[in-house]
Design a protein around this ligand. Structure first.
Ligand SMILES: C[S@@+](CC[C@H](N)C(=O)[O-])C[C@H]1O[C@@H](n2cnc3c(N)ncnc32)[C@H](O)[C@@H]1O
Length: 218
């Protein structure tokens, strides 16, 4: 199955401030709020990867409105995506916001994220004042080159170039939340890797989850 393209919106998505809306549903934070530094990686190419900015026009939004369910379409606006060849590895569309909600809600204290992507999860959890540190484990040096500098001014962020399966956290280190998102698509084939990661990080945290695990189990 392809990484989902179906989107869901809440009634407050037109709120110009974006961010966490008043209904508690998550809307895209496309651009900095209140003068905060931009956490959108610039366009660029590195090795097999590239960062692209793209715009969904009102006309394109109308087309996806026809194709998708009533409340699941791509809202007009500006987005960023990480590409590997013709594969969209990650974008910051509303669907991604929705499917990453578990970590956005549970991130607190010391957090570990497997998979940097476009840094969408990272930029949102850094906006939470109760997040003390974020360790990001990313396998691709190209992705780190493209996206890492966007976060280099935040002393809470540590990006480690390593596979999530091989990473050995410092002795005794524990996390308040661990999030695994290293997959391009929602697919039942991901389940074995999810189980391996949950076993590996289970002793390091009391809360962990994998992106779209429930959908993979269906
Ligand atoms: C879907 S993206 C992650 C999206 C990210 N959560 C965000 O908010 O933008 C998946 C990322 O995992 C990385 N990745 C793939 N396999 C990995 C592995 N074994 N260990 C660590 N990172 C991996 C990919 O290079 C890619 O950057």
């Amino acid at each position: 199955m392809q990484r989902y393209k179906l989107l869901r919106q809440c009634g407050q998505i037109d709120n110009p401030l974006y961010g966490l809306c008043t209904t508690g549903c998550l809307c895209p934070v496309q651009r900095p709020v209140n003068g905060a530094p931009s956490r959108i990686p610039p366009e660029g190419v590195c090795g097999d990867y590239r960062i692209e900015h793209f715009t969904v026009t009102p006309e394109e939004e109308a087309r996806t409105r026809i194709r998708f369910w009533r409340d699941e379409h791509v809202k007009a606006g500006d987005y960023v995506r990480l590409m590997r060849g013709r594969t969209v590895v990650m974008s910051d569309t509303p669907m991604e916001m929705r499917t990453n909600q578990p970590i956005l809600h549970n991130a607190t204290g010391d957090v570990l994220i497997n998979g940097l992507g476009v840094g969408m999860v990272l930029r949102h959890i850094l906006a939470k004042p109760d997040v003390r540190s974020v360790t990001v484990v990313e396998i691709s040096p190209d992705v780190i080159s493209l996206v890492g500098p966007t976060f280099c001014d935040d002393p809470r962020v540590r990006i480690v170039q390593c596979s999530a399966f091989d990473y050995q956290p410092p002795k005794g280190e524990r996390y308040d939340a661990v999030w695994h998102d290293i997959w391009d698509f929602i697919c039942s084939d991901n389940l074995d890797e999810m189980k391996t990661l949950h076993r590996k990080y289970g002793r390091r945290t009391n809360w962990q989850a994998s992106w779209c695990r429930e959908q993979c189990e269906r």
